[in-house]
Write a protein of this length. Structure first.
Length: 191
């Protein structure tokens, strides 16, 4: 299974994180409080905490924790974590260029050309006699309720930006839980 990234994407410098459905990704565990997320994230790099826009009254106040890799001068966040006042950490987004490498049963999910990821998801599903799924935007990924595949523009290519999630307060599914900030990246729609 081939996996390539843009030459300047720093793939060799990326951490490799494990993903455990409904548990967490790397050092971040679903349900952590804001303080616990900041403490865990500071082992990776610098953090910046901000309030998320509250677009729906059903959700409790939410914070966005942006984690910038240590030693990398001003760059976009490698990881963005979303923490709800009620349920704690519910969403972890890995940046397509700067984020850690995270695989799903051996299939790399971060920073992939979305058409290559689709081919690999189909091949994996056929080989393992399991399913894969498409998001409403048309991105293929594992058939796991805890992974929502998003597209992130990188140059002229859309790269994979997975969201690792559990439903937040007031939501029935991860689809209902996607932070509004994840619908737009770098001022452009990810859809």
């Amino acid at each position: 299974m081939a996996f390539t990234v843009e030459p300047d994407a720093g793939a060799a410098e990326r951490d490799e994180w494990s993903y455990s459905p409904a548990v967490g990704v790397g050092p971040l565990r679903f349900g952590m409080t804001l303080d616990e997320v900041v403490e865990a994230a500071q082992t990776i790099g610098q953090t910046q905490v901000s309030d998320c826009a509250r677009r729906y009254a059903i959700f409790s106040p939410t914070w966005r924790v942006e984690v910038h890799r240590r030693g990398v001068t001003p760059s976009p966040p490698a990881v963005t974590a979303y923490v709800s006042q009620v349920v704690g950490l519910f969403c972890i987004a890995a940046d397509a260029v700067h984020g850690p490498q995270v695989a799903y049963d051996g299939v790399p999910l971060v920073g992939r050309d979305l058409s290559e990821l689709e081919s690999d998801a189909i091949a994996y599903a056929e080989a393992m006699d399991v399913h894969f799924r498409y998001t409403p935007e048309g991105y293929a990924g594992p058939d796991d309720s805890g992974v929502v595949m998003r597209g992130q523009p990188v140059g002229q290519v859309l790269r994979s930006r997975p969201l690792f999630m559990v439903p937040r307060d007031g939501a029935y599914t991860e689809w209902d839980s996607i932070p509004s900030e994840e619908h737009r990246l770098n001022g452009r729609s990810t859809a």
